[in-house]
Design a protein around this ligand. Structure first.
Ligand code: HEM
Length: 492
């Protein structure tokens, strides 16, 4: 079944009378795995929780293919510390012999090499944590794998809420909504509620495509040479030449992945606004002269999924009172120029699609408008409060307070410093935003990092934590004997 997009005659790029061939999203079964009788719903490709499923897959069957078969404590990587190859050559478009599509927890790893490079970073981080745990006395491969995975996921959760959401929603909004991750000396998170629906809300899946306004028109490998956007520079590629093509990862002696991560860190992405770069708006997935418009796909997908119009979110989810939603005077969250543009394409403000209305709002928090803030807060609250394995919960799902404090030392900058930069590299404390007086640059050697000392399996640490393992029991026994010896009451 298709939901084609017909190109209007006024379009500046796509040819008159053509249409974009858009398949409908796959329908979901109901909770009892039967064909639903109610409205059609869609399925997620990966788990909804923030649980590193892009790294570890969303099922045991997927995970087994991603682990190193010879040393199962590690995730599989190729020689250059890159993702393992995907034998399915149709997973991407190969243009150079000897190159392969990648295999990761999320098949979208092959959409653009920059996305793949971030998947790779957290696979590398898993393997680094395994090595650190080995240095702390951990030996059992399965235990090593599971603990490294748990720590890696905890880092991803911490970075997402403590750094990314602090930028996207601001710390003030996080504080007001009780979503703040407090400093290292903390108590556990006690708000877990198993009744919360942790699905990705269908409207969130449309609204969160605000990220499409951040897609740059070019991709570049970071090199030691001066910054350039010259397309004759072999390290620079127009984004339309990188879709589904892993070639950049293979460049410069297969160091492309980490060089892309560096470029993403050191460069700036386009502003969060209603504008998409040409490479996403006109040349998405360009192949043999055929391409897509990502903005049109987003709007079309919202309609295909049956998402209510923008004004309904203002009133029903975000609690605004609109005296007359059919009047353009109800558009109080948009500036006049934007309202004029919206009037030129929508007959009534009640027709405005969610994605269109939300991404064009004037900014109310750090980067986004009021309605996006409200939709994102609802989703990110559910993903924390409904997650049994949320990293701030006590053991066994979470960690001891000492371990939690060790995890809260981490940041994206710390992960980058540990995997792609030298100790002398100077990086902004928060890698999500450009460095300045409030976000000072520091050498990697001075960036606070994941502290795994509470994981040490040395005798002293086990006594401190009361961990009930063989070593610990042995030491307790010896101490008992010594104590009893002191009182002259040694058992024979
Ligand atoms: C080069 C970068 C990117 C490309 C090429 C890309 C492309 C796409 C495409 C083709 C779709 C499906 C469109 C459809 O048929 O409905 C999609 C969906 C989506 N994208 Fe992106 N995207 C990129 C970056 C981002 C970013 C940075 C974000 C957010 C931070 C984002 C968020 C989403 C979301 C939430 C969906 C919906 C997923 C779902 O419903 O399952 N994307 N993207």
């Amino acid at each position: 079944m298709c939901a084609p997009i017909y190109v209007p005659t006024s379009d500046a790029f796509f040819a008159d009378g053509t249409c974009m061939n858009v398949p409908r999203s796959a329908p979901a079964l109901d909770r009892n795995c039967n064909t639903p009788t109610g409205p059609r719903q869609q399925v997620n490709k990966i788990t909804s929780y923030i649980d590193g499923s892009n790294v570890y897959g969303s099922s045991a069957a997927e995970l087994i293919k991603l682990r190193n078969p010879n040393s199962p404590e590690y995730m599989a990587v190729t020689d250059g510390n890159n993702l393992p190859p995907n034998n399915d050559t149709s997973a991407c478009t190969l243009t150079v012999q000897g190159e392969s599509c990648s295999n990761a927890g999320d098949s979208r790893v092959n959409v653009v090499p920059s996305l793949g490079s971030y998947h790779t970073l957290f696979v590398q981080e898993h393997n680094r944590i395994v090595n650190l745990l080995k240095g702390l006395g951990w030996t059992d491969p399965e235990e090593l794998f599971q603990e490294a995975r748990k720590i890696n996921i905890a880092q991803i959760q911490h970075i997402t809420y403590n750094e990314f959401l602090s930028w996207l929603l601001t710390r003030t909004v996080l504080q007001q909504n009780n979503l703040i991750i407090t400093g290292s000396r903390t108590t556990f998170f006690t708000g877990y509620d198993p009744t919360i629906n942790t699905d990705i809300a269908n409207d969130f899946g449309i609204a969160y495509r605000i990220g499409h306004t951040w897609i740059p028109s070019q991709m570049k490998l970071q090199t030691d040479f001066p910054e350039t956007s010259d397309i004759n520079d072999p390290d620079v590629k127009n984004i339309e030449d990188t879709y589904h093509n892993p070639h950049m990862l293979y460049m410069r002696g297969r160091t492309g992945s980490n060089r892309l991560v560096k470029w993403l860190t050191e460069g700036r992405c386009p502003r969060t606004d209603r504008l998409l770069e040409d490479g996403a708006r006109n040349k998405l997935f360009l192949k043999n002269g055929v391409s897509f418009d990502l903005a049109a796909l987003n709007i079309n997908r919202g309609r295909e999924h049956g998402i209510p119009p923008y004004w309904k979110y203002r009133t029903e989810l975000c609690g605004e009172t609109l005296v007359d939603p059919s009047s353009w005077s109800s558009m109080t969250l948009h500036d006049n120029i934007t309202i004029a543009l919206l009037k030129s394409v929508y007959q009534s403000p009640m027709d405005i699609d969610l994605w269109t209305g939300a991404i064009t709002e004037s900014i109310s928090t750090a980067v986004i408008g009021q309605t996006l803030t409200c939709i994102f807060l609802a989703q990110f609250k559910a993903l924390r409060n409904g997650d049994r394995y949320w990293f701030e919960r006590p053991e066994p799902e979470g960690f001891s307070l000492a371990k939690l404090a060790g995890i809260k030392q981490t940041s994206l900058a710390a992960v980058l410093c540990a995997n792609v930069y030298d100790a002398s590299f100077v990086i902004p404390q928060s890698a999500f935003i450009p460095g300045d007086v409030r976000n000072v640059f520091r050498p990697c050697s001075e960036i606070q990092k994941l502290d795994l000392s509470p994981w040490s399996r040395s005798v002293k640490r086990n006594l401190d934590t009361g961990k009930d393992d063989f070593e610990n029991k042995l030491v307790h026994l010896l101490l008992e004997i010594l104590k009893e010896g002191e009182t002259g009451d040694v058992k024979k």
